[in-house]
Design a protein around this ligand. Structure first.
Ligand SMILES: Nc1ncnc2c1ncn2[C@@H]1O[C@H](COP(=O)(O)OP(=O)(O)OP(=O)(O)O)[C@@H](O)[C@H]1O
Ligand SMILES: [Mg+2]
Length: 247
């Protein structure tokens, strides 16, 4: 995987040399196609294996009492998830643009997320400014980013406030002179200084069932929109992710 420093060097090289630019872009495209193809080709037979296990369980219900049965099923589910994430990671820079109302878009996401929290006692608020106007970008991919951030916020809050009723998450958005600022705040476990510099790297996870691709995909999508995403965090106060999108 390429890190930021590699990308900077690559961009400098491409700025200096037009032939290098063409070749590097072609190599990057080939790399992404290869990654998607491999993920896709492995996912297909794996899905068949998972379906076969489900059929076996229906026909032989006693299998579900076998000690390793549910672990085997959840391992396969995890592999399918990882392969899905890998496909999304390799296609994060390919955008399908459309023009849409940013206020309506964010309100819809806030409503869906609020519904998903109904069984928890986490307090979720949203403050979406009415003057956000029309934005042109990839709605599906931007939704993926916000759902990643909100899912991380929910995990972080649940890890410290599980059941105590003090967990808080807030999604807010307002215009600024350059475009739009979107913030996702949570008062969860926070991120310590030694890991904060790596959270956007692929496969960095501190969760038992995490793939560690959520933030890597999110950053790729935001940067493909010529925007930026940053995290500010402390274990005492929690975490705020800030996205800047130019209009
Ligand atoms: N809001 C947050 N509060 C605390 N830690 C966070 C927060 N968001 C991200 N992190 C840290 O950053 C790591 C990487 O997050 P990322 O979303 O990339 O992967 P993940 O959530 O672990 O797995 P997945 O790929 O399933 O999303 C997390 O494992 C967690 O340690
Ligand atoms: Mg995540």
């Amino acid at each position: 995987m390429l890190h930021n420093i590699d990308k900077q060097k690559m961009n400098q090289l491409m700025d200096r040399d037009k032939d290098a630019k063409i070749i590097i872009n072609q190599l990057l495209e080939n790399h992404n196609v290869a990654l998607s193809t491999i993920a896709h080709e492995i996912r297909n037979p794996l899905t068949l294996v998972y379906s076969a296990l489900q059929v076996m369980e229906i026909q032989h219900p006693e299998l579900s009492t076998y000690p390793h049965w549910s672990q085997t099923k959840s391992d396969i589910e995890f592999m399918c998830q990882l392969l899905n994430d890998l496909s999304r990671y390799s296609s994060g820079h390919t955008l399908n643009h459309s023009a849409f109302s940013m206020k309506d878009f964010l309100k819809n996401i806030a409503v869906s997320f609020a519904i998903s929290l109904e069984d928890s006692n986490i307090e979720f608020t949203s403050r979406i400014d009415k003057g956000l106007g029309t934005f042109t970008g990839d709605k599906i991919k931007l939704k993926e980013v916000l759902l990643n951030l909100l899912a991380n916020a929910r995990d972080a809050v649940q890890s410290v406030h599980s059941g105590d009723g003090r967990g808080k998450i807030c999604l807010s958005a307002h215009p600024d002179i350059h475009g739009i600022v979107i913030e996702c705040f949570d008062n969860g476990c926070g991120i310590s200084d030694d890991i904060i510099d790596h959270i956007f790297d692929p496969f960095v996870t501190h969760k038992e069932n995490g793939t560690g691709l959520g933030l890597a995909i999110s950053r790729q999508i935001i940067e493909s929109h010529n925007g930026s995403i940053q995290a500010h965090s402390s274990p005492e106060t929690g975490t705020t992710f800030i996205i800047h999108l130019a209009c």
